[in-house]
Design a protein. Sequence first.
Length: 184
Amino acid sequence: MENIIKPIYERLKGYLAQLPSIDVSSDIYSEEIWKQFNDTVDELNKITGQDYNQHKIKAIYYENGSHASTVLVRTKHNGLISQLRSEYFPSEPEPFAGAPSTIVSQTQNQQQNQELHLQMILEFQSKIDEKLNEVQDGSKEKTFLEKIKSSLSKIKDYSQMLHLILTTGKDVGLTIDEIIKIFT
């Protein structure tokens, strides 16, 4: 059975590789794409005697044509490929693990996250500098802002930022309302 399903399995991986990415298109308007996929599901049903219909793509039809969500189409392809791998080819490596597009996407996401992190820190540091000029020397507010400013380089994400603000505020004796007042 594996010898019969293997070409279909590889064909599905080929179809998936040619689909537009989610970043490029939110919808697919070429009916041929999902008809081809659904025909492949029918072929699998016939060959195996199993029911793979849950993977079929249901397009949205309207007056001038039809479309299907790119997320839906890619999800259905991934699901069927993964199911076939687990049922017939479990010793094969994961078809999507370490694929170049995945690695590039992860690298881009990491770079975007680093840029957002840096932007967050710089904006917050600018806000602190502005507020430091407005508060009185020796006040709890001044101490609070100085402690936060000195710890900004250690912040990795928003949850750490929030934790720093709240714990530093508590340490210097500020209430949440007082902290909110400082930043408004």
